[in-house]
Design a protein. Structure first.
Ligand SMILES: Cc1cc2nc3c(=O)[nH]c(=O)nc-3n(C[C@H](O)[C@H](O)[C@H](O)COP(=O)(O)OP(=O)(O)OC[C@H]3O[C@@H](n4cnc5c(N)ncnc54)[C@H](O)[C@@H]3O)c2cc1C
Ligand SMILES: Cc1cc2nc3c(=O)[nH]c(=O)nc-3n(C[C@H](O)[C@H](O)[C@H](O)COP(=O)(O)O)c2cc1C
Ligand code: FES
Lengths: 332, 296
């Protein structure tokens, strides 16, 4: 039998619920359009991300909210786009065929106002080239008077179960931070069949133009993202990891990641992959910096692959165990 | 490495642009020249850059490109301080660096069948009109641009008595921007404030005087281009509609990514398929006025 040649493995590569990713970076829904937008920028490559989540997609086309839809806040931003999208049929028939699936993994982001809508959109994506399906349970539930599915574990689980019945592709449930106990919601989504969890979506907020005494955002309220929400997101990832980690359910940690150090914090807290959204608006080439930073950290700390870092948070009084390897060379 | 199937790829550049000069003008107005060679080669009239004003304010600010010199590798922007972003940008000194993303957007597309291009700029809407004037000047076509610029702050340019006659307006309305005069581009100025040598009133009032002086065959050769505050653009669109003229306007909207990724800058546009939300950053910023403003 021929001996397997020693292959130079990419320490940033990992398996994420059956998908092989070249980097732990996931570009987040709503920040990168339908996958091609950022390639306008010279030096940006879809290959720098392990996966790209497409814009939230609904059964019917949606025009979205009136302006203003975005507004800067201290170290963050508010957005209320209103899920502008051409509807799932056009996404599947017209957009997916234009994407280069050799470059990265593409994940759909499914939204709806009724459980039937989520199921229908998932069914349509199941019969497409898409690699995985993220369920954005933060959409308002029109049947229940507009409250978010994602803020209630029961409703979240119903949505996930309905989508699970429609697809064999990996399902990622995207959890809302706007709820009392995110652990319970995570547990229920896993029981309902989620293969992975995305933690967290934006936090609701608002801004007021005092001169005009009007809300800045056309929709009055919006979702807060960016570095301002990072400490909140990190704790939520830690809490969800307590539930999901033992069950082997991976997490896409997200909320304010802008540097390699931020990304490392999320990985250590329990995320397997790290989402980057708002930071792209600051620096469209940030993926490369983050990949390089994670790579050199792995070397410095003697980790052979990024997957080894997940959930290695040291608590209590014990010192972090030193790891063998080149780390010691650079000890200062 | 251009990809024929994806011509949009690699068309916007991130540059760590050195400040070559910054001219300060009354009313918090600034003209900033940046070393940005890649952007300079692809910039067109109406395109813009998305600049980071300060490390503590990570969100970029969109600014129209006023001039671009590909040979010398620079671009110029003109801005007026509104809030803390542009306030910080106004404090840059030559030698400082500014991260600039550009050029972005679909610019003005003048129709050669309408060589009488009427450029109407208001306040910080003047920059793309200057770019368009310079573009027409360097184009082989038989363009006859007329620039009508308005400002309530002192114009951040040298003003000059125009040597280019304009029989359609009173002789005491005789000032033009020195820059346009140098290029031989006809121009007149408007301000409610009544700066010397300017038309006391709105740019649309001055433009109307010009249009009213033309006969039908001359009117058939006019196309209107405009950038400025939204109420002004609406008035320009209404004026153009009244004279039956095509009109292109450059819009502003709050932006996050400026490369088409977030849909944060979308505005309502009437398309052949019905109403649609179009992104000001990459579908615009220039739109057909009749499709963005309801007929007045
Ligand atoms: C395509 C385009 C071209 C522009 N060209 C010019 C130009 O050449 N010269 C110039 O002076 N101004 C121009 N503007 C407007 C300029 O971008 C805003 O005045 C600027 O963003 C205000 O930032 P600030 O921090 O000073 O104000 P703040 O009010 O503190 O800004 C707060 C937030 O609101 C956004 N914002 C506020 N006003 C506007 C606006 N009018 N348009 C877009 N975003 C806004 C800011 O970007 C920022 O995110 C242009 C806008 C667009 C969309
Ligand atoms: C402009 C914008 C649009 C967004 N649209 C969606 C969406 O359609 N679906 C979704 O699940 N999340 C959406 N999000 C949330 C992001 O995917 C992400 O979860 C959140 O912004 C936190 O990450 P960040 O701080 O890195 O941006 C959007 C965020 C932004 C800023
Ligand atoms: S600003 Fe993001 S799409 Fe225009």
């Amino acid at each position: 039998m021929p001996v397997a040649k020693e292959q130079k493995t990419n320490p940033l590569a990992l398996d994420f619920c059956g998908l092989s990713l070249d980097s732990p970076i996931v570009l987040l829904s709503g920040c990168v359009g339908f996958g091609e937008e950022y390639t306008r920028v010279e030096g940006f490559s879809n290959r720098d991300a392990g996966a790209i989540v497409l814009k939230g997609t609904t059964r019917e086309p949606r025009l979205g909210n009136p302006p203003h839809r975005v507004s800067e806040t201290p170290m963050g931003m508010l957005n209320a786009i209103g899920l502008q999208n051409p509807g799932v049929d056009r996404v599947v028939d017209e957009i997916l065929p234009t994407l280069d699936f050799a470059e990265t993994r593409f994940i759909a982001n499914v939204c709806g106002s009724r459980i039937e809508d989520y199921a229908a959109v998932t069914r349509r994506f199941d019969n497409s080239a898409i690699d995985a399906i993220e369920i954005n349970i933060s959409c308002p539930n029109i049947k229940e008077g507009g409250v978010s599915f994602g803020n209630y574990p029961d409703m979240s689980a119903k949505v996930v179960a309905a989508c699970r019945a429609e697809t064999t592709k990996p399902i990622i449930a995207k959890l809302s931070p706007n709820q009392t106990d995110i652990r319970e919601n995570a547990r229920r989504c896993i029981e309902a069949g989620a293969d992975a969890l995305a933690v967290i979506n934006t936090i609701t907020g608002m801004a007021i133009d005092v001169e005009r005494r009007r809300p800045v955002i056309g929709n009055i309220q919006g979702g807060l993202s960016g570095p301002a929400i990072k400490p909140i997101a990190l704790l939520k990832v830690r809490q969800v990891y307590e539930v999901a980690g033992p069950l082997g359910i991976p997490i896409i940690g997200q909320g304010g990641i802008a540097t390699a150090r931020d990304a490392l914090e999320f990985l250590i807290a329990g995320a397997s992959t790290v989402g980057v959204g708002t930071a792209l608006f600051y620096d469209p080439l940030v993926c490369r910096t983050i990949n390089e930073g994670i790579g050199s950290y792995l070397v410095r700390h003697g980790f052979g692959s990024v997957a080894e870092l997940t959930g290695t948070l040291v608590t209590g009084t014990a010192p972090a165990t030193p790891r063998p390897g080149p780390a010691n060379e650079s000890c200062a | 490495m251009s990809d024929p199937a994806r011509p949009h790829r690699g068309t916007i550049f991130v540059e760590d642009a050195e400040v070559l000069s910054i001219d300060r003008h009354p009313g918090g107005q600034f003209i900033l020249r940046l070393r940005s060679p890649k952007c300079a080669t692809r910039a067109t009239a109406g395109s813009f850059v998305h600049v980071q004003c300060d490390h503590t304010i990570p969100m970029r600010r969109p600014l129209s490109i006023m001039r671009a010199n590909a040979d010398e590798g620079w671009i110029e922007v003109l801005f007026k301080v509104v809030g803390e972003g542009l306030f910080s940008l106004g404090h840059k000194e030559p030698g400082d660096r500014v991260s600039s993303l550009g050029p972005i957007g679909k610019g003005f597309r003048p129709d050669a069948k309408r060589p009488r291009t009427l450029l109407i700029g208001g306040g910080v809407g003047i920059p793309p009109m200057i770019f368009l004037a310079e573009t027409l000047l360097n184009d082989a076509g038989n363009w006859q641009p007329l620039a009508i610029m308005g400002s309530e702050l002192p114009f951040p340019f040298e003003l000059r008595r125009s040597a280019i006659a304009a029989g359609w307006i009173d002789a005491d309305v005789d000032r033009n921007l020195g820059l346009l005069e140098d290029w031989g581009v006809a121009g007149r100025l408007a301000s409610l404030t009544g700066f010397p040598g300017t038309y006391r009133g709105y740019v649309t009032g001055l433009a109307e005087r010009y249009l009213a002086s033309l006969d039908d065959s001359a009117l058939a050769e006019v196309e209107v281009f405009s950038c400025g505050p939204t109420p002004m653009l609406k008035a320009v669109a209404a004026l153009a509609a009244r004279f039956g003229l095509p009109c292109q306007v450059s819009l502003e909207e709050y932006m996050a990514c400026a490369v088409g990724g977030c849909a944060g800058c979308a505005v309502l546009v009437q398309t052949d398929e019905g109403p649609a939300m179009k992104r000001v950053c990459v579908d615009g910023p220039v739109f057909d006025a009749a499709r963005v403003f309801a007929a007045a």
